[in-house]
Design a protein around this ligand. Structure first.
Ligand code: ATP
Length: 214
């Protein structure tokens, strides 16, 4: 399981906290949806779960172990704009095989055409690039994915194609996914369970109020 407990995080020492006592659990093979209003901290929580940020307090454990401080991480982050996370001077073939050696069958299974491999990232569509981004993240050690608004820029068909692919991946490889989106209707279709971050925070605030008044 991917387990976050009592995460507390603020971007700067004197800045207000973005997350205060947030926790969640994702099982292998489960898609957990996370919604919430803009600015409530969804991306921040995703980055903490993937080990890109360190909490002020609280913990993240993947399958019983704390996230490693360096090296390969079992929780991989899929960004909304994969173009920004790829080297613009590398062709797709090199980008795909940077982290792990994938097979022809893996590539074909993701609908990645052979002629894309010689192109640069800006020469693919948003949906095509998301396929590359997802396959690239699926090295053998990957156990969980944080998918941060990955289909926010796609039309309904592109969105359905990507989520059908990810649902198959989660089932076949028992990978757990945190699906972050503003779109609660989308999450209710694709996720096994859904959380709203602002409601989780309200619950924490209420607990704090109760502690203070007790
Ligand atoms: N590097 C940063 N430095 C300071 N504040 C930041 C930084 N990154 C994000 N924030 C602030 O942290 C808060 C949470 O941001 P975050 O991106 O996690 O929200 P979000 O829920 O993902 O929003 P959206 O749905 O609009 O993407 C916001 O108030 C944002 O301005």
């Amino acid at each position: 399981m991917l387990e976050a407990r009592d995460l507390v995080f603020g971007h700067a020492r004197r800045a207000p906290l973005v997350l205060d006592g947030v926790g969640l659990t994702i099982r292998p093979g489960e898609i957990l949806g996370l919604s919430g209003p803009s600015g409530c901290g969804k991306t921040t929580l995703g980055r903490l779960l993937a080990g890109h940020l360190r909490p002020r307090s609280g913990s993240v454990h993947a399958d019983g172990s704390p996230l490693p401080a360096s090296g390969f991480r079992p929780v991989q982050l899929l960004p909304q704009t994969p173009l920004l996370a790829m080297n613009p001077r590398w062709r797709i073939g090199r980008i795909l095989t940077e982290a792990w050696k994938l097979s022809e069958a893996d590539r074909a299974g993701f609908g990645i055409c052979a002629d894309w491999l010689d192109r640069y990232p800006h020469e693919l569509s948003g949906g095509q690039l998301q396929r590359v981004s997802i396959l690239r993240s699926l090295a053998p050690g990957t156990r969980y994915l944080v998918a941060d608004e990955i289909t926010g820029a796609l039309d309904a068909i592109g969105q359905a194609e990507i989520w059908t692919l990810l649902q198959a991946v989660t089932r076949q490889r028992a990978i757990g996914v945190l699906a972050i989106s503003h779109d609660r209707a989308l999450l209710s279709r694709i996720a096994d369970a859904c959380l709203c971050l602002s409601e989780m925070t309200v619950a924490v605030d209420q607990r704090n109020d109760q502690r203070i008044s007790a």
